[in-house]
Design a protein around this ligand. Structure first.
Ligand code: RVP
Length: 499
């Protein structure tokens, strides 16, 4: 006989939080969203913590080095996707680990012998008005000068002239030496009234450019998630097929944390991969998943998982439930797994954080996920909407959207995530679509954080652990939904973000 597990499979939308008593100690400004990312002894501090409980989905349409930098700077963490060659993924990790805020690798670089016409074309393509001139035209070639759009004009100068004729040569420029700090670079920029400071190494090779126009961006981000050397932290997704090749390359590139990425993580292959990584690279934490119940959590935690991801079928682009009839409402899944995590902590003394992955449609869903026991969340749709995500911007009917496609769609070709029996996708488990374009990640995330802090303050919780242990939720009836939506027609031009 089939076993029917007790309880109904419920989603976040079916619940609301009840306010608890709010004290003077619990204003939104005092709410701390810090949370552990990885396994640690109960009562100890995890080796990696997030300042805000957000990670970006392990997806081609979401993860990019640029997004990883922006998210780590805002206090969260990205997992770079593994649906690319080992070398490309390792390069993406290296990009984040080598990223120095304010120091940019020149993307508009020419040779002294290139024509001004060539330079104009390059400036148009990159949208930048300052070009570095290096002997071989590469971003780290021997530095010979700078040329900007103010150094020549097509009405005055023959565009067939070589760049060398109009550039400012290196011996007339102020340059920074390799190893210069950002504040020293800024001092040189301001005192010398410069717009751009080239930074060169001992052999005269160009390393970076520092721009005065980026000054505002140089301010410190107190919640940034960084390692001991102050480099941004970054994670990487791996699969159970080529981990023996992929993991060593990612570790060599400096990855901070790994995550096995599978639509169904309750498998012998995940346990095997976890054990292998724990044996070969005991210093690198690795998460597992996805699971939807306590039994599967325990299986992965016993195999060594440093965190466990929860969620099957709830993703906005996911059609696994329609295709395979597998999954569970995200609220029920999170509550069940959270109970197993707490039992595991009591019996072993080890706390294994859990991540609620997918299906978060509103900002308050993130708060609900935490109230129900999640230590952090993972989101795809949310991050795909920003400038920093890799999807293209498209205009449809006067509105701007960004592309967003599931890893189970045929566009993604990620058969490793959806083991359907052979090394190919027999049927799709995800869709290819669009999400409304929002703009900059940092600005949008700040608004989300403000909302979650306000929710937690109403619930009398100044930290996530307190929220997890004191939150009260109520089920919402169909009738209340209808009442909520009735009565007032919202003005078309109303700014909904101001409530
Ligand atoms: P969402 O945030 O609702 O967009 O969901 C993102 C999550 O959905 C991912 O982290 C992953 O677990 C899952 N996913 C990714 N691709 C697919 C699919 O094609 N079915 N599902």
């Amino acid at each position: 006989m089939v076993e029917i597990v007790p309880g109904v499979s419920r989603t976040f939308t079916e619940f609301l939080l009840l306010p608890n008593r709010t004290t003077a100690e619990c204003t939104p400004a005092k709410v701390d969203l810090g949370t552990p990312l990885v396994r640690h002894a109960v009562g100890a501090t995890a080796s990696i913590r997030l300042s805000v409980p957000f990670t970006s989905a392990i997806m081609q349409a979401v993860g990019s080095p640029r997004l990883a930098v922006a998210l780590a700077r805002s206090g969260g963490l990205s997992f770079l996707h593994h649906n690319q060659s080992v070398e490309d993924q390792a390069d993406a990790v290296r990009f984040v680990k080598n990223f120095k805020a304010g120091f940019v690798v020149s993307d508009t670089t020419v040779r002294p012998t290139d024509s001004l016409r060539h330079l104009v074309g390059l400036m148009k393509a990159t949208g930048h008005n300052t070009a570095a001139v290096t002997e071989d035209g590469s971003p780290h070639g021997r530095f010979v000068g700078l040329v900007t759009s103010r150094d020549f004009h097509s009405a005055r100068h023959d565009l067939d002239l070589p760049v060398a004729e109009r550039m400012r040569p290196v011996d007339t420029l102020t340059c920074g030496k390799e190893g210069i700090t950002l504040s020293e670079a800024n001092t040189l920029l301001w005192e010398g009234r410069l717009d751009c400071l080239p930074v060169v190494d001992g052999a005269g090779h160009l390393q970076h450019l520092v721009f005065r126009s980026d000054y505002a961006d140089h301010k410190q981000f107190p919640g940034a998630v960084v390692d001991a050397a102050k480099r941004f932290r970054v994670g990487a997704g791996v699969n159970t097929h080529d981990y023996r090749d992929r993991v060593p390359a990612l570790v060599a590139a400096g990855v901070d944390v790994l995550c096995l990425d599978s639509s169904d993580g309750y498998s012998d292959w995940q346990a095997e991969a976890l054990r292998w990584v724990k044996r070969e690279f005991p210093e690198v934490p690795i998460g597992g998943g996805n699971v939807v119940d306590g039994e599967a959590f325990r299986f992965l935690a016993d195999a060594g998982a440093d965190f466990v991801k929860v969620g099957i079928g709830g993703g906005s682009i996911c059609i696994t439930r329609d295709q395979k009839g597998i999954g569970r409402g995200q609220a029920s899944a999170v509550m069940d797994v959270a109970e197993a995590r707490d039992a595991y902590a009591r019996s072993t003394g080890e706390y294994v954080p859990i991540c609620s992955d997918g299906g978060l449609l509103h900002d308050y869903h993130m708060a609900l996920a935490m109230a129900m026991g999640a230590d952090f969340v993972m989101m795809g749709r949310y991050f795909a909407r920003f400038d920093q995500s890799p999807g293209k911007k498209v205009r449809i009917g006067g509105s701007v959207f960004k592309e967003y496609w599931g890893e189970g769609s045929s566009r993604a070709r990620n058969w490793q995530r959806y083991d359907q029996g052979e090394d190919k996708l027999h049927f799709e488990e995800g869709v290819d679509g669009y999400v409304p374009y929002v703009g900059d990640l940092g600005d949008a995330l700040a608004l989300t954080v403000a909302k979650i802090k306000a929710t937690m303050a109403s619930c009398g919780a100044a930290s996530i652990p307190v929220f997890q242990s004191t939150a009260r939720v109520t089920l919402v009836s169909e009738q209340s939904y209808q009442e909520n939506a009735a009565a007032v027609a919202v003005r078309e031009d109303a700014d909904t973000t101001l409530g």
